[in-house]
Design a protein around this ligand. Structure first.
Ligand code: K2U
Ligand code: ZN
Length: 167
């Protein structure tokens, strides 16, 4: 297994829409393993393939306290949503930035697991927030895109300055 480099805002590759996975082969299994290892090490509660510059519809999520309830969702499609919730979010691609984002309170997602089986996930609370956050990555969208243009301008300036300092 290996740790994968995570793209950082405002890298334009984070805006590339991901393509559906046609065949769940050993390469996809390896990618899921490496993404999970990268997520746990960050540490994070989710990671989308887009963030590691692989533009395929694959996300990994683990919101458990014990860090041992890994979910791998291939070609996820949200089929139901209701309610709303406001939650402070962060992102491994936007380090050091946190803000409150409004999202659906409950969602139902259809996806394929690593064995190619069709699965149905019903989620609420933090799991619903995280899955919506990761699925937006697959559309080339970041949580900061929900913020005001002024906030986005300030975040861009801050992270570009950080990148120059650490370069
Ligand atoms: O996409 C990512 O970078 C993963 C985020 C997932 C996340 C989704 C929704 C709300 C918060 C985070 C990372 O896990 S960011 C690190 C983190 C971990 C726990 C709580 C908040 C932020
Ligand atoms: Zn993110």
């Amino acid at each position: 297994m290996s740790l994968l480099p995570i793209l950082r805002f405002p890298d334009p590759r984070l805006k590339i829409p991901a393509s559906p996975i046609a065949r769940i082969d050993e390469g996809i299994h390896r990618l899921a393993r490496d993404m999970a290892e990268t997520m746990y090490e960050a540490p994070g509660i989710g990671l989308a393939a887009t963030q590691v510059n692989i533009h395929k519809r694959l996300i990994v999520v683990d919101v458990s306290e014990t860090r041992d309830h890994l979910l791998v969702l291939i070609n996820p499609e949200q089929v139901e949503s209701d309610g709303c919730q406001l939650c402070e979010e962060g992102c491994l691609s936007v380090p050091g930035i946190y803000d409150k984002i409004e999202r659906a309170g409950r969602i139902v997602v259809h996806y394929l697991d690593l064995d190619g089986r069709a699965r149905r996930l019903e989620a609420d609370g933090m799991l619903a927030v995280c899955v919506q956050h990761e699925m937006e990555h697959l559309e080339g969208k970041l949580f900061v895109d929900h913020l005001s243009p002024l906030k986005q301008k300030r975040i861009r300036a801050k992270l570009l300055k950080q990148a120059r300092i650490t370069a």
